[in-house]
Write a protein that binds this ligand. Structure first.
Ligand code: CDP
Length: 231
C-alpha cells in the first residue's frame, strides 16, 4: 500500500498529539511531534539564560548557538512512546513544563528557528508514512500532504484536558493559569509573521469537543484510508 503524509494542525492542547500518536500506531506510520522540537529549543534558551525574566529573548545569542542544537527522538520501551532528546539528553519531561509553555511562542516565531526545524521535519517526512502534528504542517512543511486534518475543541475542554495532564505529571498549577497559557499561545501563534497557525483550505475538520479519543481516532482513520486509497 502506498504511504502518505498526514499533517495534523490546530490550536494548543486540542488533542492533536493524542490523535497523531494513535493514528500512526493504527497505520504503522511514524509519529513526529513538531511541537516538541520548538519546546526543546525553548528549553535550551531557558537553560542558557537567553530568555530574561520579562520574556525578552536574547535573539542573537540564541541564533549563534542554533548549529550547536541537536534534537532527536528515541523510543522509550517503558512508556511505549518516543522521548525528545536535546544534544543527547532526554528532555521529554522538562519540555512539557509550564515554564517552557510560557516561552515557546516567543521562540517559535523566530524565522531562523523555523527554517532549521522545517528543514529537519521535511527530512523526517522524506519517505512518507508519517503523521506529523503542529501548527504549520499542512500549510508550510508539507503543503502537498495527502491528508490534512484541522483539529479543534472548545477552550474549556482544551483547558480541562491540559490541566488534568499537568496534574497527573505532578505539576502545581491552577486551571486559570492553564487557560491563560492556552489562550496566549493561540493568539501568539496565529498572529505571528512567520508561518502563522491557520487552517489549510484543503483540510478535513475534526472538532473533538464532545468526542472520545476512540471516536476521534475512528473519524481520522476513515479520512486516512480514503486518502491512502485515492493516492
Ligand atoms: O501540545 P500543545 O498543543 O500545547 O503544543 P505543542 O504542539 O507542543 O507546541 C508548542 C508550541 O510550539 C506552540 O504553541 C507553537 O508556538 C510552537 N509550534 C509551532 O510554532 N509550529 C509547529 N509546527 C509546532 C509547534
Amino acid at each position: 500500500m502506498k504511504k502518505v503524509i498526514i499533517a495534523i494542525d490546530g490550536h494548543s492542547a486540542c488533542g492533536k498529539s493524542t490523535l497523531a500518536k494513535s493514528l500512526a500506531k493504527e497505520l504503522k506510520y511514524v509519529y513526529i511531534d513538531s511541537g516538541a522540537m520548538y519546546r526543546a529549543i525553548t528549553f535550551y534558551a531557558l537553560q542558557n539564560d537567553y530568555i530574561l525574566e520579562d520574556g525578552t529573548v536574547l535573539k542573537s545569542q540564541l541564533l549563534d548557538d542554533l548549529n550547536k542544537i541537536n534534537i532527536s527522538f528515541n523510543y522509550n520501551s517503558v512508556t511505549g512512546k518516543s522521548d525528545t532528546f536535546l544534544n543527547g539528553i532526554n528532555v521529554e519531561e522538562e519540555i512539557r513544563k509550564m515554564n517552557v509553555s510560557k516561552s515557546v511562542s516567543a521562540i517559535s516565531k523566530l524565522k531562523e528557528v523555523r527554517t532549521k526545524l522545517v528543514d529537519f521535519q521535511r527530512k523526517l517526512g522524506k519517505h512518507k508514512g508519517v503523521v506529523m502534528d503542529g501548527r504549520d504542517i499542512g500549510t508550510v512543511v508539507f503543503p502537498d500532504a495527502e491528508l490534512k486534518l484541522w483539529v479543534t475543541a472548545n477552550i474549556e475542554v482544551r483547558t480541562a484536558r491540559r490541566y488534568k495532564e499537568l496534574l497527573e505529571k505532578g505539576q502545581q498549577i491552577s486551571l486559570d493559569e492553564v487557560r491563560d497559557n492556552v489562550n496566549f499561545r493561540d493568539l501568539q501563534d496565529s498572529s505571528r509573521k512567520e508561518s502563522p497557525l491557520k487552517r489549510a483550505n484543503d483540510c478535513k475538520d475534526i472538532d473533538n469537543s464532545t468526542l472520545s479519543k476512540n471516536e476521534t481516532l475512528h473519524l481520522a482513520v476513515g479520512y486516512a484510508n480514503d486518502a491512502i486509497v485515492s493516492h
